[in-house]
Design a protein around this ligand. Sequence first.
Ligand code: SF4
Ligand code: SF4
Length: 276
Amino acid sequence: MKIGILSGKGGTGKTTVSASLAALVPSCQYIDCDVEEPNGAIFLKPELKERSPVKVLVPEIDMTKCNLCGHCAKACQFNAIAVVKDNVLVFPEICHHCGACKIACPNNAIKEVERTIGVVEANEDGTFVQGKLDVGEPISIPILTELKKRIKKNTFVILDSPPGASCTVVNSIEGCDYCVLITEPTPFGLHDIKIAVQLVRKMEIPFGVVLNKASNDNRLIHDFCQNEGIEILMEIPFSRKIAEGYSKGILPVENNEMWKEKFTKLYEKIERGARK
Ligand code: SF4
Ligand code: SF4
């Protein structure tokens, strides 16, 4: 069973929930897809044994064969290649590695060369896997593709998704049997959860909500979920103790029977709600 944990924005407790489940469920696999800021390792403390660079192919121009015809620039949907006065410029950071320019070149002046954009790291048995995008790189899909190749079969797999609702989130939760949407009872939280709900409904993935920093004074998310018929799976109240633990890399389920029980119940609800 594959479950995606997502939130509309960073800092809503997505990693607290993902890593707590990973710490609690025996033999599960945790994959940190938040490749711009993976921090599951801070809490789960894996011994990383494998480090594989993620490479993509980008065009390189042989100017001895190029006649500046411009077909490559016309073929590129992403403006990643431009023909100027007496040169062809390639912008590798925005190249989507589609190979269209190479196909379009009538003079065989384009070859593809490898370029490293990040890394995939894993522990010895592959139960912890994380991706890291190099600083300044804007395209993370190739790293997510590599991460998803590591998904174990017949295992409870937790995909800690990037924040937001962009194509990277779509890519990371594609194929999931259930999604947990994390939010907070604020107007921003409400705005973001609405977008996340639209996304998982469109993708026809069963889902439920975990409400972080819950308070009796604010029913914004409760009202929204009630009107939409969405189950609130668990509430985590605003707690100084949890926040202090987080700052030290300690999960709520560590040495705390009450939170172990609550997260066990969350796991049972996910199992019941997941696509069979
Ligand atoms: S490989 Fe595709 S995205 Fe990259 S420069 Fe060529 S046409 Fe553009
Ligand atoms: S399509 Fe080939 S020959 Fe034409 S400008 Fe591009 S690299 Fe040069």
